[in-house]
Design a protein around this ligand. Structure first.
Ligand code: ATP
Ligand code: ATP
Ligand code: CA
Length: 218
């Protein structure tokens, strides 16, 4: 059976989730308090309805607890976002993803039982900053405050050196999880694997160590 999604709040973030889920062939209920938004997204959603999701009766009458995954993308009205999330938790929606507006909002959402809290502006800002600082950083994924996964492009300094030569684990405490070379991807590179310029290395490690490694070798 197809997974049933509901997206509450059809701003830029919620709206793009609706469109993408729809393109992926999923069933999506799009909800907004604003009628214009509902009309705008009606063609992209399986159903689109106008509702104030802070109204418990309105939320119930949508049968919200029957959805597998509900995304709360109410942006600026933090109070509405929190209240909506709380009611979704109370009725027992199995997966609740909420967009946080700031760190305090994020903290509260985690506390009241949101399953996943996303912070797209902040996270994208972090990724872009890493990209700006080093043009060899293709992508960046924060695992925790201290640890990350980054994609680095190999340059001259590592060309034709093996992982053993470079001694990345001992010198930098970083692990190369995978090497992408054109269409090929090696997910368990051996120590004697020779790196080539333009390889894409997927590295996991502490931020401090990754930065040190980037500066020395990339
Ligand atoms: P983005 O940054 O993703 O564009 P935004 O910051 O513009 O989002 P808002 O416009 O504050 O976010 O909110 C997103 C949507 O949530 C709006 O279309 C708004 O009408 C809707 N919304 C706000 N409160 C409620 C509510 N109580 N019930 C349903 N929808 C709501
Ligand atoms: P967010 O959702 O995080 O608020 P946003 O996509 O809605 O971001 P804006 O709110 O338009 O974007 O702008 C982000 C920041 O840029 C804000 O801190 C705002 O004060 C600032 N800003 C917006 N327009 C200008 C401007 N013309 N000059 C200087 N700063 C600006
Ligand atoms: Ca915004």
């Amino acid at each position: 059976m197809k997974k049933q999604f509901a997206v509450i709040g059809l701003g830029r973030f919620g709206g793009s989730i609706v469109k993408e889920l729809n393109d992926l062939g999923m069933e999506v209920l799009a909800i907004d308090i604003n009628e214009d938004k509902v009309n705008e997204f009606a063609p992209a959603a399986t159903h689109a309805v106008m509702a104030d999701t802070t109204d418990e009766n309105a939320l119930r009458s949508l049968g919200i607890r029957n959805f597998d995954h509900v995304i709360v993308a109410i942006g600026d009205n933090i109070q509405s976002s929190i209240l909506t999330t709380l009611m979704l938790v109370e009725v027992g929606v199995p997966h609740i993803t909420v967009k946080a507006q700031n760190d305090y909002h994020e903290k509260v959402l985690n506390k009241i039982g949101a399953h996943k809290v996303v912070h797209p502006e902040r996270d994208m800002g972090i990724r872009i900053a890493h990209n700006l600082v080093s043009k060899n950083v293709l992508d960046y994924l924060e695992l925790s405050d201290e640890y990350s996964i980054v994609e680095l492009i190999a340059g001259d300094r590592v060309h034709n050196h093996s992982l053993m030569d470079l001694d990345l684990r001992a010198k930098y405490g970083c692990n190369i999880m995978a090497i992408k070379r054109g269409e090929d991807i090696n997910v368990s590179p051996a120590a004697d694997e020779n790196l080539k310029k333009q390889d894409i290395l997927i590295v996991i490690g502490a931020d401090r160590d990754i930065t040190r490694m980037e500066q020395d070798l990339f």
